[in-house]
Design a protein around this ligand. Structure first.
Ligand code: NDP
Ligand code: 8X3
Length: 247
């Protein structure tokens, strides 16, 4: 069976994606910083899952983790670039610059670094890349500033990869979810579980399993078919109107 490399597998969409892919018979490298969660996932799912703990922003740690991958986990067919985060909801003029830098380092620089490193092997195996963008890439909202910018990068980078990879057989998809209940909002609010519960209450948000099933479905399409972009929302989520700052 083929091998997938899933970043951000300690929680939410990434953990659910590891479960979905392993359940479908894939070998999966599950990555993230929290090693104990990766070990628990590997213990739950068996020898098809290999845990590799590192900070995705640390290129040397990433390289060391790659060097330690046992056969067949080093031969990556599918890269799921999922590790990412939002920090803060303040308007730009009151935002924390360190939070902006962390989002850019993680959602943009690290994603590009991982992709660049694994791409030659993925090309050789005619594999696939699935990137986690967001509805925030397309629809701006107050406080979304740099987070939305990073996710717009992910979407456009995905489409650019498709252009560059024409003729190689490699498939690239940008997945663009709206509201998914994970640890995303707890992280964004600096650990405020109450704020997270309030955001999702009564909204019937999507689940990590919904997105994981979509990722598995994308990965399972016939080799001649590419899903370029895929936007998903809960039925209860929709679009805001334009804002007018009246005198
Ligand atoms: P979670 O907070 O539940 O999971 C985020 C994952 O990213 C964790 O496994 C975390 O692992 C990992 N991660 C974050 N920073 C790093 C780092 N520096 N190094 C390694 N891993 C890191 O959120 P979601 O599952 O919701 O988010 C997954 C992706 O989906 C993100 O890219 C997010 O932007 C995107 N998304 C989420 C939506 C939502 O509403 N939830 C909607 C649209 C897109 P650890 O902390 O252990 O390192
Ligand atoms: C997460 C979705 O709407 O909170 O990417 O930005 S949103």
């Amino acid at each position: 069976m083929p091998t997938a490399f899933v970043t951000g597998a300690t929680s939410g969409i990434g953990a659910a994606t590891v479960r979905a892919l392993a359940g479908a018979g894939w070998h999966v490298v599950a990555t993230g910083r929290r090693a104990e969660r990766l070990e628990a996932l590997a213990a739950e799912l068996g020898e098809r899952v290999h845990p590799a703990a590192f900070d995705v922003r640390d290129a040397a740690a990433f390289e060391a983790a790659l060097g330690a991958l046992p056969v067949p986990f080093g031969d990556v067919d599918l890269l799921v670039n999922n590790a990412g985060l939002a920090l803060g909801t303040a308007p730009a003029q009151r935002a924390d610059l360190d939070e902006w830098r962390t989002m850019i380092d993680t959602n943009v620089t690290a994603l590009a670094t991982v992709t660049h490193r694994l791409l030659p092997g993925i090309v050789a195996r005619r594999g696939a890349i699935i990137n986690l963008s967001s509805v925030a890439a397309t629809y701006p909202y107050s406080g979304g500033n740099v987070y939305g910018g990073t996710k717009a990068f992910v979407r456009q980078f995905s489409l650019g990869l498709r252009s560059d990879l024409g003729g190689t057989g490699v498939r690239v998809t940008s997945i663009e979810p709206g509201m998914v209940e994970t640890e995303f909002t707890v992280v964004r609010t600096g650990g405020d579980q109450g704020a997270s519960d309030k955001l999702y209450a009564g909204a019937e948000p999507m689940t990590a399993e919904d997105i994981a099933a979509t990722i598995l479905w994308v990965a399972s399409q016939p080799a001649h078919l590419n899903i370029n972009t895929l936007e998903l929302m809960p039925v209860r989520q929709s679009f805001a109107g334009f804002a007018v700052a009246r005198e």
